[in-house]
Design a protein around this ligand. Structure first.
Ligand SMILES: [Fe+2]
Length: 146
């Protein structure tokens, strides 16, 4: 596989994961409504889990000699998770973060295949774990909307 495409996909996944982290923290801070307590806690659980993956992910990139994107401008150029500048209603927050989490699971499914094809098995293990983590986040967000 062409390295440029592989490396760009990994940088995109990293920037998207960081943006997802930021949005879940945003929603933890700004959520309002009758379910405040439980949603404030759910968003916290999610942002803490995702934040815990950011540093290991960055160091996986460095191990492949990729410079880690690490500025707001670089993130906004690379991310597939769009910024939320408004304060959506609580149910819209759930729907938006669910769509983003599903997107992240798909990004990690694809980058897993790329890492496997390159023989980067430590990284592919990490990416498989990220896919799994996002499937769990999606489950909790989806269940909160029923
Ligand atoms: Fe907090």
């Amino acid at each position: 596989m062409e390295h440029n495409k592989y490396h760009l996909a990994l940088k995109t996944a990293f920037a998207s994961e960081f943006s997802f982290y930021l949005k879940s923290h945003n929603f933890h801070w700004n959520v309002e409504g009758p379910l405040f307590e439980s949603l404030h806690s759910l968003f916290e659980r999610i942002y803490l889990e995702v934040y815990g993956a950011i540093d290991p992910f960055a160091e996986h990139l460095r191990a492949l000699q990729i410079y880690t994107p690490a500025s707001l401008q670089k993130f906004s150029m690379l991310t597939t998770v769009e910024d939320e500048n408004a304060v959506p209603a609580w149910s819209d927050m759930l729907q938006e973060l669910l769509a983003d989490s599903d997107k992240m699971a798909e990004i990690f499914r694809i980058t897993f295949e790329m890492a496997e094809a390159n023989g980067d098995h430590g990284l592919s293990n990490f990416l498989a774990d990220r896919q799994d983590a996002h499937k769990k986040h999606s489950w909790m967000l989806r269940s909160s909307l029923k």
